[in-house]
Ligand binder design. Structure first.
Ligand SMILES: Nc1ncnc2c1ncn2[C@@H]1O[C@H](COP(=O)(O)OP(=O)(O)OP(=O)(O)O)[C@@H](O)[C@H]1O
Length: 311
């Protein structure tokens, strides 16, 4: 099967600054791929090169086997970039119709309004929409041409929780159609966790991690051990356990973050402590992401700043 996107040894330099360094990967049709990484990692530059907006300094990019700069290739794209200004004289419906007119086989206006959940705002002028609604309108415009491949750069910025979940549902429905491919960048790690089949992590212009959600969690090696402790068990008893990196207490229930869950349980069982009801679970993508980016000692922590302590 022809891959949807292929990057071979792609680099981009701006003067002395290497934004993207020798990146190679292939994306198969029908997949949702999330591109993660701290601020300045090279995600937007990589997407811009796939879109044909920025020329690589070295290496090759093909989309459906063709040069992304060709108009015929771009006709299959749906694109949502980070900074977009919308015309201020047109109503939502008029703007959607304008974008539909650019394509040979556009989706129906009603379908697009529904995808963006903007039926009630169809007659409103774009600048009067809220930030989240404008983002949804940009999504409708990106989908106007019924694209085979969709590039979304931080698509849910400004959307509330309900809008974000509805948006994910629309993306999933889109991806269920045969051969449709989505590449999105996001700082919302739960977004990648919720919808991506595959996750690429970029740091300092390089792809440092590439795998499914499960593979990445396993690679990061974070697990939780939870158990119920009796009143005689102190915080010190738990904090002193070897291999425990973080502890959270919920009443008498303790949740420990560790890379060696079996060792922690063994130590607890052989201790004389009053502990019961053990459970082991895998960490969230957020924990895996922090572990992986910290392990490399790279990145400026742009994603980390919004990481809740999920232990
Ligand atoms: N036009 C440009 N001229 C000079 N440097 C640039 C240009 N565009 C990007 N860079 C630099 O290249 C690096 C990668 O930037 P890029 O925008 O691709 O990162 P990003 O991962 O998308 O970041 P963010 O998460 O903040 O959007 C950064 O150091 C940035 O300052």
């Amino acid at each position: 099967m022809e891959s949807a996107i292929t990057l071979s040894q792609v680099s981009k330099r701006y003067g002395d600054k290497t934004a993207v360094a020798e990146v190679s990967f292939q994306i198969e049709p029908g997949t949702i791929v999330a591109l993660l990484g701290p601020n300045g990692a090279g995600k937007t530059t990589t997407i811009s090169m796939m879109l044909g907006l920025v020329r690589p300094t070295a290496g090759q990019i093909s989309v459906f086997g063709k040069n992304p700069r060709r108009a015929a290739t771009r006709a299959h794209y749906g694109v949502m970039l980070q900074q977009v200004s919308l015309p201020d004289k047109l109503a939502v419906r008029e703007l959607i119709d304008l974008f539909r007119s650019y394509y040979e086989h556009p989706l129906d206006t009603s379908v697009l309004l529904n995808m963006a959940d903007l039926e009630a705002q169809a007659k409103k002028q774009a600048p009067t929409l809220s930030g989240g609604q404008q983002r949804r309108l940009q999504f409708a415009l990106a989908m106007a041409g019924d694209p085979r491949i969709v590039f979304l750069d931080e698509p849910t910025t400004g959307m509330d929780v309900t809008a974000r979940r509805a948006f994910w549902e629309h993306l999933r429905a889109f991806a269920r159609q045969e051969g449709r491919t989505i590449l999105l960048t996001t700082h919302h790690l739960e977004e990648a966790e919720a919808i991506a089949d595959r996750i690429l992590v970029m740091q300092n212009g390089r792809v440092t991690v590439d795998g499914t959600l499960e593979e990445i969690k396993r690679l990061a090696g974070n697990s939780y051990v939870a158990c119920v402790v009796g009143p005689g068990v102190s915080a010190d008893d738990i904090n002193q356990l070897p291999g425990v990196e973080h502890v959270a207490w919920h009443g008498r229930r303790v949740r420990m973050l560790t890379r060696q869950p079996d060792d922690v349980i063994r130590t607890l069982v052989f201790s004389r402590l009053d502990v019961s009801q053990f459970e082991i679970s895998q960490g969230h993508l957020e924990d895996a992401f922090v572990s992986l980016t910290q392990a490399d000692g790279q990145g400026d922590g742009g994603c980390r700043s919004e990481l809740a302590n999920t232990v």
